[in-house]
Design a protein around this ligand. Structure first.
Ligand SMILES: Cc1cc2nc3c(=O)[nH]c(=O)nc-3n(C[C@H](O)[C@H](O)[C@H](O)COP(=O)(O)OP(=O)(O)OC[C@H]3O[C@@H](n4cnc5c(N)ncnc54)[C@H](O)[C@@H]3O)c2cc1C
Ligand SMILES: *[C@@H]1O[C@H](CO)[C@@H](O)[C@H](O)[C@H]1NC(C)=O
Ligand SMILES: *[C@@H]1O[C@H](CO)[C@@H](O)[C@H](O)[C@H]1NC(C)=O
Ligand SMILES: *[C@@H]1O[C@H](CO)[C@@H](O)[C@H](O)[C@H]1NC(C)=O
Ligand SMILES: *[C@@H]1O[C@H](CO)[C@@H](O)[C@H](O)[C@H]1NC(C)=O
Ligand SMILES: *[C@@H]1O[C@H](CO)[C@@H](O)[C@H](O)[C@H]1NC(C)=O
Ligand SMILES: *[C@@H]1O[C@H](CO)[C@@H](O)[C@H](O)[C@H]1NC(C)=O
Length: 521
């Protein structure tokens, strides 16, 4: 099995924090201040919400994020079964001045699904997982996970839509973007969403679409957490592709000079070729000895299958072969169907039962640091920049972890992501070409300190060589190390002001807040 997803470099381990803190309750037992945890818990209990508190035996598990590098202690966590439950919880948080956050799938790189700092009220949407298909639209609860939804759409008339790869991601948080293998063809996940049910900061439950609460609808597509708790989404679906001609070629470049040339060939070819929207390509570049492994991975969804794939990608394969340095080991699957392609892209065996693999994917918890930068086709990485990156990675790290980097093709000719106008939604990177993501991963705690600096250094090795060039961030790859202002500048370079204006209308008291949230200023 090829190893090109997060899931390959981490084992499915559950890390449980050692010390359960029940002090918060004890200290405040006799006080009844408005903003005391006791008062909050009383309010939630009165609303029938069974709050999980620090003294509850399941508290550590219930509040455990995917990224165990960043474990926070919420004041309380509730499982909502309805939008009404969400509304009641939001009102309790607002009344008792405890910050409120939603958690859909808990995959935030910065653990913002559990507040990004201690002491928040977390509303888990795990139980809001209904799925209903009606014509070409599917309406789902915001806690629905990608895997079950992929399978549901496939089983109900072989339909599909665009999401990322990990089956346990929640649709609510994925709305910061949502990049998947069909993004060049259909756009981002957020581009498929036509309507949402939202609980606002005052506890009201409203519908947001292009006509009704249009500002809220605009903000939530790209910047969900500050503006409301989405409880339900209506999503456009499409007939699934009839073919998914999928390939992965592995190369071992003997020197950083040749690796740098391979990066140059990849970015120039994908920027200049008339790539059909049915074709997607990416590079995954991973820690290995004696040299890093360079994977070129792609899928072609045209009706002409492998023949069409070969015809379109052959020039790129030839260009890499002309480096005369590494004959690739190839994995090609002919005639994969769409759901097998979904498994393959998730790092799973495409021949396994998709129902089990997608509906019952085990929860993942492991410590990591990931971050990414976007660059535009006007500012392709220079030779000096890719060489610096290759040298940095060929030097490697003594940090006890694995690193991996990804080049994702968001733009290029015929990309449906770039076809959407920049100001159509809060998402602010329509003009960007490639997203370069870097990750440091470990199976178990603790995450090494030098792991974080090494991983940050991978991006710096690229960007430091191109001073003055505009690199921006992808909010689904949220960087835990950014301040509020840095985050807004990186993720919403031209949309920050409008988002702040919308905050003044829908969340004046910053009930929904977290370390990188918008403020009504
Ligand atoms: C292993 C792994 C693989 C990934 N693969 C991809 C990929 O292929 N493509 C891609 O684009 N991204 C990918 N991501 C990034 C992922 O899309 C983001 O981390 C996303 O924000 C996770 O959403 P969530 O609901 O699971 O997370 P959560 O932690 O629950 O939420 C993330 C943020 O959104 C807020 N939020 C959650 N639900 C709601 C809601 N209903 N209403 C309002 N705000 C809400 C939370 O408060 C938090 O701030 C991956 C992440 C991981 C860890
Ligand atoms: C742990 O928490 C998750 C939600 O994050 C829940 O689905 C699971 O049932 C819990 N497990 C136990 C043993 O309590
Ligand atoms: C497609 O290309 C691959 C790799 O070069 C080759 O192994 C395969 O035979 C080709 N298939 C067709 C149908 O052209
Ligand atoms: C690669 O090898 C081929 C055939 O052996 C040769 O024709 C070509 O010039 C070589 N290219 C480079 C860049 O060395
Ligand atoms: C690359 O190197 C690894 C580790 O040495 C080896 O297992 C693999 O077969 C090599 N692949 C190629 C294409 O040379
Ligand atoms: C970058 O390197 C390639 C391959 O070595 C070379 O052909 C090209 O001219 C270089 N570009 C610049 C701007 O130096
Ligand atoms: C790689 O390591 C060497 C030797 O330690 C060092 O001199 C060099 O600066 C390093 N290069 C990069 C790009 O980190």
């Amino acid at each position: 099995m090829v190893c090109h997803s997060f899931l390959c470099t981490v084992s499915l381990c559950v890390f449980l924090a050692a010390s359960a803190s029940s002090e918060i309750l004890g200290v405040n037992l006799l006080r009844n201040e408005r903003n005391s945890p006791t008062a909050l818990i009383g309010c939630l209990t009165k609303a029938g919400l069974s709050p999980v508190t620090p003294s509850n035996p399941s508290y550590q598990n219930d509040s455990l994020p995917v990224n165990t590098r960043l474990i926070y202690q919420p004041a309380s966590l509730v499982y909502a079964n309805t939008a009404k439950d969400v509304s009641a919880a939001v009102k309790c948080g607002a009344l008792h001045e405890v910050k409120v956050n939603a958690r859909s799938g808990g995959h935030s790189y910065a653990s913002f699904g559990t507040g990004g700092e201690d002491g928040h009220l977390i509303i888990s949407l795990d139980n809001l997982n209904n799925m209903k298909l009606s014509g070409e639209y599917v309406t789902v609860g915001a806690g629905t996970k990608l895997g079950p939804l992929y399978y549901f759409l496939w089983e109900n008339g072989q339909r599909a839509t665009v999401f990322g790869t990990a089956p346990q991601i929640g649709v609510g948080g994925h709305l910061h973007g949502g990049y998947g293998f069909l993004s060049r063809k259909w756009g981002l996940f957020l581009d498929q969403v036509v309507e949402m049910e939202v609980v606002k900061a005052d506890g009201s439950v409203v519908t947001a679409n292009k006509d009704s609460n249009a500002d809220l609808f605009w903000a939530l597509r790209g910047a969900p957490p500050s503006f409301g708790v989405i409880t339900q989404l209506t999503i456009l679906t499409h007939p699934a592709p009839t073919h998914a001609a999928t390939f992965a070629f592995t190369y071992n470049w003997s020197t950083p000079y040749i690796a740098s040339s391979a990066f140059q060939i990849f970015q120039h070819w994908t920027a200049e070729a008339d790539m059909p929207s049915d074709l997607t390509l990416q590079v995954q570049y991973t820690d290995a000895s004696p040299v890093p492994t360079f994977w070129l991975i792609g899928a072609y969804y045209g009706d002409d299958g492998i023949a069409g794939l070969n015809k379109t990608v052959q020039p790129l394969w030839d260009a890499l072969l002309a480096l005369n340095d590494s004959v690739p080991t190839a994995t090609i699957f002919e005639d994969l169907n769409w759901i097998q392609n979904v498994l393959y892209e998730a790092g799973l065996d495409p021949t396994t039962d998709p129902k089990v693999a997608l509906e019952d994917a085990p929860a993942i918890h492991y410590p990591f640091y990931c971050n990414s930068v976007f660059y535009s086709a006007d500012d392709l990485l220079t030779n000096a920049s890719t060489l610096s990156f290759a040298q940095y990675t060929y030097n490697g790290t003594s940090a006890d972890m694995n690193w991996i980097a990804y080049l994702y093709l968001f733009g290029g000719k015929n990309s449906a992501i770039s076809a959407v106008p920049q100001d159509a939604t809060a998402y602010n990177a329509r003009d960007m070409f490639i997203n370069l993501q870097v990750c440091g991963n470990r199976n178990t705690m603790p995450f090494p300190d030098d792991g974080l600096s090494f991983t940050e250094g991978m991006l710096k090795s690229v960007t430091d060589m191109m001073p003055g060039v505009r690199f921006t961030g992808y909010p689904n790859h949220v960087d835990s190390q950014l301040s509020r202002e840095e985050a807004h500048a990186s993720y919403y370079p031209t949309h920050t002001q409008r988002l702040q204006e919308i905050m003044k209308k829908v969340n004046q008291k910053a009930v929904f807040d977290y370390p990188q949230g918008f403020l009504p200023v």
